[in-house]
Write a protein that binds this ligand. Structure first.
Ligand code: ATP
Length: 560
């Protein structure tokens, strides 16, 4: 496909923010696209040259992109940065630079979508000395062959942010409208297939070639992580028990651990560990791979569980914020294994010796789980669990969980199937109230004085009813200088525009925040304000779609 055609189409998508109109434009376009190109369109229009579970990364930063634009156009880094800061978008700056370029490339090759996609994928393979310069050269090569509009989208694709507002929901409905009948049921079929495969290219091609039956037949496959089932929140143990299952015999209780959700894929000696964000973190956890290799008896399986770090001296669980250092650390792994040992608590199995278990009730899945591994205390265990006998025994179990330093309990419905990616109420979490909120950073302000290099005041948003972010307060305490410096680095990469000391950010960084109370307040878009918010942690394991909702805030407000 000519890249110019792709760029024109992206312009049309960008020109409307009406969801239905976007779905229609995208669906019409998918219908006209030839079969081989559909997966490319589906990937690039969402800015995803790699899916999160592919270990590769393009490795293109904003700084590198500025150099590439300059190399291709010769307009000068300062001018590019000026336009970038005026428009808030490096893609726009690239378009401007191509329009004003002072050097023309001698040999220009027409740009195709295939070439852009393949070139960007190849960048991930560059390694070692000179690899950054080679990346600059390749991106510059693409920009040199671009007209202004094409350059805009080349740069946005390289940076992984298309600014078109095409999220998973738009893509789901567009695939359903392009290749199925566009009904709500068709969208659901597409969504389910995506939750199981996390591969929209595959989902779109299957919908196109094999329709709804084909989608239904798409199944879990090892080494392609699924979206894990999520929990609803109950306001107390009694409510939770009532909510989770109609039959008392179906209520299953487990400790709720404060660790990292992992899914572990096993095929003989091939073992991989993925996070809830579907990232492959196998290299960080050689100890988990070893434990699985020694204790998992199933030849092929997909296990769901929580990894919890503990204090080597005392055996006490450590807070997630400390444990998360192990997830991020990509060097000196052996030292981290010693310093922060982990226990793997397993609580589900989604595929076992070739059988997909999504449709199997939890009761039977747990039997399968027991057959899939041999526990080893402190290394690999079943999550501590108990059937609900009486309300008193359930409460004792909850208190035991808290006394042992865990977050609370999960209540699960033993008769329920596994719903990837959904908060359907088949599992419910119960934790003490006034618990921290997970909020996204929407804006920030440069500090003054000693911390003037830092974005020290952070505006926080919860999710409103439209899935947008509504602000609920600002945060300026709770972090150490070190944490603030790391946070500033992270946020600087997300700056969209600056006005004096205030910066607007792409809402991507999720923070866990504690506070003393929630008040009603006209000052913020949400209508609420957190009283005395304090920073607890950066939740790298959560995406913006996971931040707490306005409904949650309202419930907490009413209950306090
Ligand atoms: P929280 O911030 O309360 O951990 P969350 O947004 O991370 O919530 P939820 O779906 O609300 O995620 O809560 C479920 C999470 O609890 C799971 O993703 C998992 O990481 C963790 N967890 C701990 N123990 C269990 C357990 N026994 N069963 C299921 N999930 C558990």
């Amino acid at each position: 496909m000519e890249y110019a055609e792709f760029a024109t189409f992206c312009d049309r998508l960008a020109a409307t923010d009406a969801d239905l109109e976007q779905v229609r434009i995208l669906a019409d376009w998918l219908t006209e696209t030839d079969a081989d190109t559909v997966p490319l369109v589906v990937a690039t229009v969402r800015g995803k040259v790699f899916e999160p579970w592919e270990t590769a990364e393009i490795g293109v930063s904003s700084g590198l992109t500025v150099d590439a634009i300059d190399t291709a156009t010769g307009v000068g880094v300062d001018r590019i940065e000026r336009v970038w800061s005026e428009t808030g978008d490096l893609g726009d700056a690239a378009a401007w630079a191509v329009e004003h370029e002072t050097q023309q490339s001698l040999f220009s090759e027409p740009l195709t979508l295939e070439r852009v996609y393949e070139t960007l994928r190849e960048l991930a393979e560059f390694d070692g000395e000179g690899s950054q310069d080679r990346r600059v050269g390749e991106v510059a090569g693409l920009i040199a062959d671009s007209d202004p509009d094409e350059a805009r989208y080349v740069v946005r694709t390289a940076l992984g942010h298309m600014r078109l507002g095409v999220g998973d929901g738009t893509m789901r409905d567009a695939v359903a409208a392009a290749f199925l009948d566009g009904s709500g049921a068709a969208s659901e079929a597409v969504e389910r297939a995506h939750q199981v495969t996390n591969d929209y290219g595959l989902v779109a091609t299957t919908a196109r070639d094999d329709g709804r039956d084909g989608l239904a037949a798409l199944d879990v496959e090892l080494f392609r992580p699924v979206q894990t089932m999520l929990a609803k929140k109950a306001e107390g143990l009694g409510d939770g028990i009532d909510d989770v299952a109609d039959e008392a015999d179906d209520v299953h209780l487990e400790y709720k651990y404060d660790g990292a959700r992992v899914q572990i894929h096993v095929d003989g000696d091939d073992i991989r560990v993925y996070t809830r964000r579907l990232e492959d973190v196998t290299p960080q956890f050689p100890d988990v791979v070893e434990a699985v290799s020694e204790h998992v008896t199933a030849k092929r399986c997909l296990l769901d569980g929580e990894l919890v770090g503990y204090e080597p001296e005392t055996g006490d669980p450590i807070p997630f914020q400390e444990f998360s250092r192990r997830i991020k650390r990509k060097y000196d792994i052996a030292e981290m294994v010693e310093r922060i040992p982990v226990t793997l608590y397993l609580f589900d199995v989604l595929s076992h010796d070739g059988d997909s278990l999504f449709e199997t009730p939890l009761r039977d899945r747990l039997d399968r789980l027991d057959r899939a591994f041999e526990p080893d205390a402190g290394v690999i265990e079943r999550a501590t669990h108990r059937a609900r006998e009486t309300d008193t025994s359930a409460n004792d179990f909850y208190q035991d969980a808290l006394a042992a330093g865990h977050e609370g309990v999960m209540l699960k419905n033993l008769a329920a199937m596994y719903q990837p990616g959904e908060r359907v109420g088949y599992m419910v979490k119960v934790k003490p109230v006034m618990e921290p909120l997970d909020l996204v950073v929407t804006r920030a302000q440069w500090s003054e004085g000693r911390r003037s290099d830092y974005l020290g005041r952070l505006f926080l948003g919860c999710r409103d009813r439209d899935g947008e972010f509504a602000e609920i307060g600002r945060l300026s305490t709770g972090y150490t200088d070190e944490e603030l410096a790391a946070l500033t680095d992270k946020l600087t990469a997300l700056i969209v525009s600056e006005d004096g000391r205030m910066v607007d950010l792409r809402p991507e960084v999720v923070l866990e925040v504690e506070y003393e109370a929630i008040q009603q307040s006209p000052e913020y878009g949400s209508g609420y304000a957190l009283r005395f918010p304090r920073f607890l942690d950066v939740r790298d394991d959560l995406s913006p779609a996971d931040v707490d909702t306005i409904e949650r805030v309202e419930t907490l407000f009413e209950d306090q």
